[in-house]
Design a protein around this ligand. Structure first.
Ligand code: ADP
Length: 484
C-alpha cells in the first residue's frame, strides 16, 4: 500500500536513545490518511515516563556530542541532509499519506526541510564569540558561545518534516541534543527522519522522537530540569500554556505560533504577479500554514480586475487525493478544520459577503473543501480577526495606504505580511509600518533556510533559520581574564 522503495523508512515505533521502542503500556494510537480515512498504522501512546527516559538519554549523549568539533558534527549533519535528498520521493510519499498535501508540495517540503540540516551543518562552525576591550589594563573580556544543553521540541502537523529539521538542525549544529514530539496526526515523517539520522551517524540519544499524549509529554518536557530549552511550533493557545509551564524553571523558550497574514495589493502593483503570489500564499497546503494569506486587501482602483483574475486562477485548482498527478489541493487535516472554514464562510455571508467561487464542502466528500473566494468583505467578520487555516480567500477593498496599514496591524498576531507595489517610497513606508516579523514584498513566498523565520506580538518569539536561528540554541559565557 505504501509503495516505498525503502519500506524500512516507515516505522511504527518511537525512537529513544537509538532504539525503536513501544510505549511501556503497550498502548497505541491509530493514524489515518486524511484523503481516504484509511488507517495507515499505529504509533506508541507514550507519556511522562518514556519522555523522561529520552531526556535522560539526551543528557548523557549531549556531553559527548558537544565535545565534537563543529566540523565533526557538520559531517554527520551533511550526511543526514544527503540521505534526505536521496530518499526524497519516499519521504514525500509518507508525508502525503499522513498529511494530505499534494506529492509535489511534499517533495518541496523535504528539500526545504533538508536545507536546514545543510545550513546548520555549516552555521554551527560559526558560533563566534568576541573579545571586548575592557576598562582596565590588566584585564580582558572574552565572550564565548556554548550549547544551551538538552532541548525539547513540539511540532505541528502542517509541516511534518521541516518543522523538525528546522529545530533539530540548529540544535545539533550548536552542540545540543534534542527530544522531539511530533504531532499525533503526522508521526511517520518524524520516524523516517530518525531512520536517516541513525544511518547518518547521529549518535544515540542526540535525536529522539516520542509520540503519544501531548499533554503528558509536554508537561514532562517543561518540568524536567534537565531540559534547558523548549522550542514549539503550533497554536498560540498551546504556546501560552507551554510558556506558563516552562516559567517555574525559567527555561529558554522559542515559540512560533499562529498568524493572521494580510496580503495587500496596491493600485500600482503588477496585478498578474499579485494574483500569482496570492494563489501561492493562500492555497499552499490547502491554506494550512501559519504564514498563509488570511486577509486579502486590494485597493479600490484595481479591486474588480484583481478579483476577476484571481477567481479565474483559483477555479483552476484541482482538488483530490494528493497522490494523484495534477492535484493541487488535498484534504484538510480533520473535520474540525472543515468546520472552521464553514463557520468563517457562514459568518461572512450572514454579514453580506458574496461567494465569488466555492463556498462549500467538495463533492468528493470526506475532508475535501472547495477553494473559496469571498468579496464584499467587512472588518466585523470573523475571518478579519481569526486565522482560518483553510482554503478560503476573503478579498477586502481599501482606499489608501494609511487605512490599509491600520487594518493590517489590527490583530494580536504578527507573523507574516505580504504586499505588492512598484513604488519604492511606498515599499519602504509600508514595510516599516507593518508590525510583523516577516514582510514579503512582491512575493507570495518567504520561507527559506537562509532567512530568519519568526514573529512578533502573539505570534511568538525566537527565530528559525539563518545565523540568528543558531542563537536560540546557544548561551553566552563571559570570561574575565585578570592578572595580566
Ligand atoms: P493545531 O491546532 O495546529 O493542531 P496545536 O498547538 O494544538 O496546533 O498542536 C501543535 C503541537 O502541540 C502538536 O504536536 C500537538 O500534539 C501539541 N500539543 C497539543 N496540546 C498540547 C499540550 N497540552 N501540551 C503540549 N503539546 C501539546
Amino acid at each position: 500500500m505504501l509503495n516505498l522503495s525503502r519500506p524500512d523508512l516507515f516505522k511504527q515505533q518511537a525512537y529513544i536513545n537509538g532504539q525503536w521502542v513501544d510505549a511501556d503500556s503497550g498502548e497505541t494510537i491509530a493514524v489515518r490518511n486524511p484523503a481516504t480515512g484509511a488507517v495507515l498504522g499505529t504509533i506508541p501512546k507514550m507519556g511522562a515516563t518514556e519522555t523522561r527516559r529520552a531526556i535522560e538519554a539526551a543528557a548523557t549523549a549531549q556531553k559527548q556530542w558537544r565535545r565534537l568539533s563543529a566540523k565533526e558534527r557538520a559531517v554527520i549533519l551533511r550526511r543526514w541532509f544527503d540521505l534526505m535528498m536521496t530518499h526524497q520521493d519516499d519521504l514525500a510519499r509518507i508525508m502525503t499519506l499522513e498529511q494530505g498535501k499534494p506529492l509535489a508540495e511534499a517533495k518541496g517540503e523535504i528539500a526545504y526541510g533538508a536545507s536546514y540540516l545543510e545550513w546548520y551543518a555549516e552555521e554551527g562552525k560559526r558560533a563566534y564569540g568576541d573579545v571586548i576591550p575592557g576598562p582596565a589594563h590588566d584585564r580582558r573580556i572574552v565572550v564565548i558561545k556554548e550549547p544551551v544543553g538538552v532541548c525539547a521540541a513540539i511540532t505541528p502537523w502542517n509541516f511534518p518534516s521541516s518543522m523538525i529539521t528546522r529545530k533539530a538542525g540548529a540544535a545539533l549544529g550548536a552542540g545540543c541534543a534534542i527530544v522531539v514530539k511530533p504531532a499525533t496526526q503526522t508521526p511517520y515523517s518524524a520516524f523516517a527522519l530518525a531512520v536517516l539520522a541513525q544511518e547518518a551517524g547521529v549518535p544515540e540519544g542526540v535525536f529522539s522522537i516520542v509520540t503519544g499524549s501531548a499533554s503528558a509529554i509536554g508537561e514532562e518536557m517543561t518540568s524536567n530540569d534537565i531540559v534547558r530549552k523548549i522550542s514549539f511550533t503550533g497554536s498560540t493557545d498551546i504556546g501560552r500554556l507551554l510558556m506558563a509551564q516552562a516559567a517555574p524553571q525559567i527555561k529558554k523558550i522559542s515559540l512560533e505560533l499562529g498568524g493572521n497574514a494580510p496580503f495587500i495589493v496596491f493600485d500600482d502593483a503588477d496585478i498578474d504577479a499579485a494574483v500569482e503570489g496570492a494563489i501561492v500564499s493562500k492555497f499552499r497546503n490547502m491554506g494550512q500554514t501559519c504564514v498563509c494569506a488570511n486577509r486579502l486587501y486590494v485597493q479600490r482602483g484595481v479591486y474588480d480586475a484583481f478579483v476577476e483574475k484571481f477567481t479565474a486562477k483559483v477555479a483552476q485548482l484541482k482538488v483530490g487525493d494528493g497522490l494523484q498527478a495534477q492535484v493541487t489541493q488535498g484534504p484538510l487535516i480533520d473535520q474540525a478544520a472543515v468546520e472552521k472554514v464553514k463557520e468563517h464562510i457562514e459568518d461572512a455571508v450572514a454579514q453580506g459577503a458574496h461567494i465569488a467561487l466555492g463556498g462549500k464542502a467538495h463533492e468528493l466528500g470526506g475532508l475535501f473543501f472547495e477553494p473559496t473566494v469571498l468579496t464584499h468583505m467587512k472588518s466585523s467578520m470573523k475571518v478579519a480577526r481569526e486565522e482560518t487555516f483553510g482554503p478560503l480567500a476573503p478579498v477586502f477593498a481599501f482606499e489608501n495606504e494609511d487605512e490599509v496599514i491600520e487594518l493590517a496591524n489590527q490583530t494580536e498576531y504578527g507573523l507574516a505580511a505580504y504586499f505588492y507595489s512598484r513604488d519604492i517610497g511606498r515599499v519602504w513606508r509600508v514595510a516599516e509600518a507593518l508590525e510583523y516579523g516577516m514582510v514579503a514584498i512582491n512575493s507570495g513566498l518567504l520561507s527559506n533556510e537562509a532567512a530568519p523565520f519568526g514573529g512578533v506580538k502573539q505570534s511568538g518569539f525566537g527565530r528559525e533559520g539563518s545565523h540568528y536561528g543558531l542563537d536560540d540554541y546557544l548561551v553566552i559565557k563571559y570570561m574575565l581574564m585578570g592578572g595580566i
